[in-house]
Design a protein around this ligand. Structure first.
Ligand code: SAM
Ligand code: SF4
Length: 373
């Protein structure tokens, strides 16, 4: 059953010159949308729960967690992934949440997916708390690579941003992931004005020293507190400016290939000059979802922890895949619902058109942790 979340459906169709709102019977296979994009990158949320309370994501008191029964079981996850990979052309899987490490059956879920799909790249985005104890087992189960969120290297700032004093545990997790062979380790940082923005060059220096790839993510209006404003967010242009005090960035010659992050090669800046000196120290990524959106090349399809298909972080329409699966649907029926859901993927999220004070921007009902970032 399609769940409508308040967005009026514009009737479109044959003869109007506009893309069809309903997937035509002769639509090509795979997760295609009416604007010609094909989703091959699946983001699957394992849980809505989390042990941190990042200010840009969750409220201090947490959210009302889903009932256990409402969340996909390990078997259901494995089946949904199989339908995506075997029938719909999914080529890459990212496990996320909430915090995936809080799921006790995480290792066995990864193991089961790996045994079905020996070649599938499986990565995971995590806050890193507890990763030091699990990294080796995750690698052995078949996890390919890891992204750890790390916004600050200062205990106080870290605790202010995440509302938990766990910096040491996260750093131990990052190192353990590297040692376990879960590289290349990518680090995600969200910059918040007046809190960790000026720390960006030293965060980059730390990552470059250790061979980790740091990516700065523009803060999106997906916080449960609804505190985001366009005026207050740190833009990609500002991030480049902040980093330019110490570094010279030049576009990475490798093809972006649908990746959300625009990558730059990093060289040290010659003191008092616009020029660089020395070799390339590594790369840095900037994910400019708000100010330099990449919707026209988006290849993502999302499944929430309760098995809803979301074609975009900002879709206001969800399609219930888990409900259908629990009614006993065939793989073919599941694939069809998934295709229907992706067909109506919005052309763009529209955040970039929002005025500085964002008076007309309606934030989605779900916050980032409830979607799966
Ligand atoms: N708990 C895990 C973590 O923090 O890495 C996985 C889930 S989290 C929702 C995934 C990513 O979304 C994290 O890198 C986090 O920094 C990012 N994120 C959360 N809220 C965001 C927001 N409002 N804007 C931009 N990125 C956000
Ligand atoms: Fe938890 Fe990740 Fe959201 Fe932080 S960003 S509150 S770690 S889900």
């Amino acid at each position: 059953m399609t769940v409508q979340l308040g967005m009026p459906q514009t009737p479109k169709g044959a003869g109007t010159g506009l893309p069809l709102a309903t997937r035509p019977a002769d639509a090509p296979p795979g997760l295609l949308d009416r604007y010609g994009r094909r989703a091959t990158d699946m983001r699957l949320s394992l849980t809505d729960k989390c042990n941190l309370r990042c200010t840009y994501c969750m409220p201090a008191e947490g959210l009302e967690w889903l009932a256990k029964q409402a969340v996909m079981s390990a078997e259901e996850i494995v089946r949904i992934v199989r339908v995506g990979v075997d029938r719909l052309g999914v080529r890459e899987l990212r496990l996320t949440g909430g915090e995936p490490l809080v799921r006790a059956d995480l290792t066995s879920i990864i193991g089961a997916i790996r045994s079905n799909h020996p070649e599938l790249p499986i990565s995971m985005t995590t806050n890193g708390v507890g990763l030091d104890k699990k990294a080796s087992a995750l690698k052995a189960a078949g996890l390919t690579r890891i992204n750890v969120s790390l916004d600050s290297l200062h205990e106080e700032t870290f605790a202010k941003l995440t509302r938990r004093p766990f910096l040491d545990r996260v750093l131990a997790g990052v190192d353990a992931a590297w040692a376990a062979g879960l590289g290349p380790v990518k680090l995600n940082a969200v910059l918040m004005r007046g809190i960790n923005d000026t720390e960006s060059p030293s965060l980059l220096a730390w990552a470059l020293d250790r061979g980790y790839e740091l990516r700065f993510i523009e803060q999106m209006p997906l916080d449960a507190d609804h505190g985001w404003t366009r005026r207050n967010m740190i833009t990609a242009a500002e991030i480049r400016g902040l980093l330019s005090t110490d570094y010279v960035l030049s576009p990475d010659p490798r093809a972006r290939d649908g990746a959300p992050a625009e990558r730059f090669e990093v060289r040290r800046r010659k003191a008092g000059s616009e020029e660089s000196q020395g070799p390339v120290l590594g790369t840095v990524g900037i994910i400019a979802s708000v100010t330099e959106p990449f919707c026209s090349d988006c290849r993502r399809t999302r499944i929430t922890a309760e098995g809803k298909i979301m074609s975009c972080l900002f879709s206001r329409e969800e399609f219930d895949l888990l409900g259908l699966l629990r009614e006993g649907a065939s793989d073919e029926a599941l694939a069809e619902r998934w295709q229907d859901a992706m067909w109506v993927k919005p052309k763009a999220h529209g955040m970039d058109h929002v005025g500085l004070d964002a008076p007309d921007f309606v934030q989605p009902d779900r916050s980032m942790s409830a979607i799966g970032g």
